[in-house]
Design a protein around this ligand. Structure first.
Ligand SMILES: [Zn+2]
Length: 288
């Protein structure tokens, strides 16, 4: 599943390719799961809009859309209700993509073969197409106005705010890190890696952590995410180009997925426990 660094890399890759282009028309597939907004509303919101930017918010890819050169967007189809039509022509709007487990965004020439499991195609004024492909259909497409992630952005949140988010919580710190209402976009791998670097056991209650523990964790979360984003930068083209091979350079995991292997610092075997249904990996000696 793409985590925050991958989504950041994909959003940057998309921005470098389609920013400034205009969506001329939209094709949507018949499978209902990937469409979180009604298909008519997605089409009416996207068509004739200029892509002002593509960015990451939490684990979502957000296309910022503004009125195209022809004014306020194509006349919505007659099936679209008056309210939806009014919403759809209200600027600016956002196209929100969540990749789920297996979702991919491709930018390709129209003659490129349409892959199985393609659920949406946005045809651009430049002649290219943005395609959403998702075999397992956990990914979601929606449109909105004024999108905001539910939690704080881990790369932008200030230390004081970070400390306040976790200070009084009775849940294990690992669960709190995964709670998207607190921090937006920290997934299982990066939570384990951050806790290792901060020297904190995943099962520790958040409320038991000192301010100093939380300061180390804050720095570790940012360090891990930034390193992974820097590594991902070199593989953007592999991900969004039309052949769509995933080519992320993974951050070398220090604990995640290394159960029983020696800790890279002290050689103690890495342990795995299940917390709130998720695997957690840690070094019993380095993490307290
Ligand atoms: Zn260790």
């Amino acid at each position: 599943m793409p985590e925050l660094p991958e989504v950041e890399t994909i959003a940057r890759g998309l921005a470098s390719r389609v920013k400034g282009d205009t969506i001329e028309s939209v094709w949507l597939g018949s499978k209902p799961e990937p469409l979180k907004s009604p298909p008519e509303e997605i089409a009416a919101t996207l068509e004739s809009r200029r892509i002002a930017d593509v960015r990451r918010v939490g684990k979502h890819i957000v296309f910022d859309l503004e009125a195209g050169q022809n004014g306020r967007g194509r006349k919505a189809s007659s099936r679209v209700s008056r309210t939806r039509q009014a919403q759809a022509t209200y600027d600016p709007a956002q196209w929100i993509v969540h990749l789920g487990m297996t979702g991919r965004m491709l930018v390709c020439r129209p003659e490129a073969e349409i892959e199985k499991h393609t659920h949406a195609i946005a045809r651009l004024a430049s002649g290219r197409e943005v395609r959403f492909v998702d075999p397992r259909r956990f990914g979601r497409l929606s449109v909105t106005h004024g999108f905001q992630a539910p939690g704080s952005e881990p790369l932008e949140v200030e230390l004081e705010r970070f400390v306040a988010l976790f200070r009084r919580r009775k849940t294990p710190i690992k669960s709190a890190l995964l709670n998207q209402k607190l921090l937006s976009g920290v997934g299982n791998i990066y939570a384990d890696e951050s806790l290792f670097r901060a020297g904190i056991r995943p099962r520790r209650r958040a409320a038991s952590l000192t301010k100093e523990d939380l300061r180390r964790l804050y720095l570790a979360v940012q360090e891990v995410l930034k390193e992974a984003i820097a590594l991902g930068g070199s593989s953007i083209s592999d991900y969004v180009d039309s052949d769509g091979e995933e080519g992320f350079f993974q951050l070398q995991h220090r604990v995640y997925g290394r159960e029983g292997e020696p800790c890279l610092i002290c050689k103690t075997p890495v342990k795995r426990v299940v917390i709130a249904g998720r695997s957690s990996h840690y070094c019993p000696k380095c993490q307290k």
